[in-house]
Every structure is written in structure tokens, then in C-alpha cells.
Write a protein that binds this ligand. Structure first.
Ligand code: NAD
Ligand code: IPM
Ligand code: K
Ligand code: MN
Length: 369
């Protein structure tokens, strides 16, 4: 089979630490399989800024566009926090989303039985929880103009961001959510604040129109984003697919992550439109950031990065079986009692990033023996 072109962008903080554990898995797959990966590693975030002066060099964007899939780590950190806006490491991920047209961010929040005690909620509220958050990622208040900090007539500083959504932007991400719902439990909860925001009013209207015209078989519910936060924290199992704009989707997915036990467990995929040649730009990354508070200590949980790779294999390379094996291996390790600090529980064995990664690889070897 043809080589799969994979661009790896480890980024900053714990990014390179957890990415190392994925490389271990890739090397093993390379050794034992006919499929080989053609891997390029690139610079993004603070690492790119230090090396090239830009948090997202043109070369990285070009390599991402040329790749079949991008595996992204995390960007940012205190070292770069004081820099002006256009130099911030976070621009690395924002520009990749924008330039590659990655408008739909898929963030599953799944509670594994082995981790039920790591959840912030009582076991009966989260057992079996399986939510998919679909977050719009190339529009909304993250990119709307005007934006900036200005000085007004009274000489006072004014910070401005603008929430803008066009109906086409809303409709295309809504279709991603409806399509996913059809393969799951057939329900979409669309969130906005249509009670106070014009963009929210349009969001509600367009999602309703797309649903009625193209997905009459899928149950559609509209919910204010603040209420959704409350409902997620108290009765999360009512949700199947949750659809939201860039900012609400960001906040609600971190909340959903807390229900599953740790940010360190959750992968994501960010996808673009299906192109005429059947290809689709896609980037996979853990939903967590560079975790400066634990970076360099060797204690980060590599699971989210490893599971992001599994998602990549399934969605971009059609390697469902390999993806499932990796997911099973992670579950086995957790079931066997190994825990990184973020998901530690009484009676379990506390391990670091490397031991966790090696254990996943050993399970993988056993499962595929
Ligand atoms: P964060 O996700 O980096 O960390 C939040 C908390 O979760 C921290 O206590 C951290 O130690 C913990 N945590 C996160 N991942 C973990 C893992 N794999 N294992 C164990 N614990 C883990 O969020 P933050 O602290 O708000 O942001 C830190 C930096 O990361 C900022 O510069 C932010 O802009 C950036 N960030 C980047 C991305 C991205 O690259 N897509 C996402 C979120 C935040
Ligand atoms: C995420 C992060 C990013 C976002 C930042 C780092 C730009 O929080 O991927 O969730 O807000 O989208
Ligand atoms: K990340
Ligand atoms: Mn976020």
C-alpha cells in the first residue's frame, strides 16, 4: 500500500513528551506491518517562534497541506505569555485551523469504566457516558473583525472582539454534527445564546432549517449555552452530539472533559471539507494544552495524544482495526491499575509518561499477537 504521509507537530511543554510515546507506537507499527508512514516532523508554537521568529512558519502550513493527516501536540507556555498577539504560540494552532479550512472540531467525551472514580461526578451520573462535542473552529469570535485593544475618546483602553457567523459557516458544521448523530444515538443539541446574541439567533435558525430540510430523522434540541453547562455538570447522559460555536464549544468541551476524569485522556479531530478528489484536511490533537505546571517532569498522561493518533488512523487512514487495538490497549493498561498522576486513585500504581507509554505498547503487542 502507498505510504501514508503524516506530519507531526509536537509543539511545546508536554507536547513533545507525550508525542514521544506515540512515536514508539508508530515505530512498532512500521516494524511489523506492510503499512509504512512517511513522517515529517515540523515546528509550531513557541518552539517555532524560538527557531524561526514565527509561531506558525509558512513551511509548516505548506507541510500540513501536503500531508494526508497532521498529528499535533500542544502549544503555549509562560515563556511566551508576554509577547504581542501576533507572536503568541497559540497562533500556531489558530492559523493551521484557518489556513487548512479545519472548521469542525470533534471532541468525544467518553467515560471509561476503568476511570469511573476519576470523574468529578458520582459514578451513577457518568457510567457509560459517551458525548460528542462538535465545535466550529474557523469562525466566530476567534476571528471576527474588528478586534483589538484601542484607546477611546476618554483616553481609556477598550478591548474588542467580534462574534460573526454566516449562514454557510453554520450550515456546514451543523451537517457534520447531524451526520455524526446518525451513526450514534440520533440526537443533536445545538447551543448558543439566541436570547442575547444576534449570531446566536441566526445559529438557532440555520441549524433548525438544515435539520428540518436534510435530517428530519435526527432529533434536534436547542439549548442556551449557560444552561448546557449546568446540564452537563448535573445530568450529562441526556446528551449525544452537542453542537456549538468556537467559544462555547471550547468552554463546554473542557467541562465535558472534567466529567471523564482528566483532560489528559481526551483526543480530538479537526476536519475540513471533503474535496473533489475525496481527500479531506484533518488535524488530530489532544484537547489539553502544553500543561506548563507539569512540563519537564515526565508525569504527563500520554493517553490523549495516543488516542488522538488512534482517531487519525480511523478517520484519515481508514485503519479501523489498528485504531480499535490502540484504544483497547489504553483501556487495558488503565484496567490493570497503572495511573498517571492526573487520574490517580486509591490502590492504583502511580507511573510517569514513559512507563505508561511502554505499558500501552506492551498491551498492543499482546492484543495483536
Ligand atoms: P492545559 O490543558 O495545558 O492544562 C490544564 C490542567 O490540566 C493543568 O493542571 C495540567 O497540568 C493538566 N493537564 C493537561 N494535560 C494533561 C496531561 N496530558 N496529563 C496530565 N495533566 C494534564 O491548559 P492551560 O493550563 O489553561 O494552558 C496552558 C497553555 O496551553 C496555555 O499557553 C494555553 O494557551 C495552551 N493551550 C494550548 C492548546 C492547544 O495546543 N490546542 C489547548 C489548550 C491550551
Ligand atoms: C483549544 C485551545 C485553543 C482554543 C487555544 C490554545 C487557541 O484552548 O484547542 O481548545 O481556544 O481553541
Ligand atoms: K492540544
Ligand atoms: Mn480549549
Amino acid at each position: 500500500p502507498a505510504n501514508k504521509k503524516l506530519l507531526i507537530l509536537p509543539g511545546d511543554g508536554i507536547g513533545p513528551e507525550v508525542m514521544r510515546e506515540v512515536r514508539r507506537i508508530i515505530d512498532w507499527m512500521d516494524r511489523r506491518r506492510s503499512v509504512t508512514f512517511e513522517i515529517t516532523e515540523g515546528l509550531v508554537g513557541g518552539a517555532a517562534l524560538d527557531a524561526t521568529g514565527s509561531p506558525c512558519p509558512d513551511q509548516t502550513v505548506a507541510a500540513a497541506a501536503a500531508a494526508d493527516a497532521v498529528l499535533f501536540g500542544s502549544v503555549g507556555g509562560p515563556k511566551w505569555d508576554k509577547l504581542p498577539f501576533d507572536k503568541r504560540p497559540e497562533l500556531g494552532i489558530l492559523r493551521l485551523r484557518k489556513d487548512l479550512g479545519l472548521f469542525a472540531n470533534l471532541r468525544p467525551a467518553v467515560v471509561l469504566d476503568a476511570l469511573i472514580d476519576a470523574s468529578a461526578l458520582r459514578p451513577e451520573l457518568v457510567r457509560g457516558l459517551d458525548i460528542m462535542i462538535v465545535r466550529e473552529t474557523t469562525g466566530g469570535i476567534y476571528f471576527g473583525e474588528p478586534r483589538g485593544i484601542h484607546v477611546n475618546e476618554q483616553g481609556k483602553r477598550v478591548g474588542i472582539d467580534t462574534e460573526i457567523y454566516s449562514e454557510d459557516e453554520i450550515a456546514r458544521v451543523a451537517r457534520v454534527a447531524f451526520d455524526l448523530a446518525r451513526k450514534r444515538r440520533n440526537k443533536v443539541t445545538s447551543v448558543e445564546k439566541a436570547n442575547v446574541m444576534q449570531s446566536g439567533r441566526l445559529w438557532r435558525a440555520v441549524v433548525g432549517e438544515v435539520g428540518a430540510a436534510e435530517y428530519p430523522d435526527v432529533e434536534l434540541e436547542h439549548m442556551y449555552a449557560d444552561n448546557c453547562a449546568m446540564q452537563l455538570a448535573s445530568r450529562p447522559k441526556q446528551f449525544d452530539v452537542v453542537l456549538g460555536g468556537n467559544l462555547f464549544g471550547d468552554v463546554l468541551s473542557d467541562l465535558a472533559a472534567a466529567l471523564t476524569g482528566s483532560l489528559g485522556m481526551l483526543p480530538s479531530a479537526t476536519i475540513g471539507a471533503l474535496q473533489s478528489d475525496g481527500r479531506r484536511n484533518a488535524l488530530y490533537e489532544p484537547i489539553h494544552g502544553s500543561a506548563p505546571d507539569i512540563a519537564g517532569k515526565g508525569i504527563a498522561n500520554p493517553s490523549a495524544q495516543i488516542l488522538s493518533f488512534a482517531m487519525l488512523l480511523r478517520l484519515s487512514f481508514g485503519m479501523d482495526e489498528d485504531a480499535a487495538l490502540i484504544e483497547q490497549a489504553v483501556e487495558k493498561v488503565l484496567g490493570g491499575g497503572l495511573r498517571t498522576a492526573d487520574i490517580m486513585a486509591p490502590g492504583m500504581a502511580r507511573v510517569g509518561t514513559t512507563v505508561m507509554g511502554e505499558a500501552v505498547l506492551r498491551e498492543l503487542e499482546k492484543l495483536s499477537a
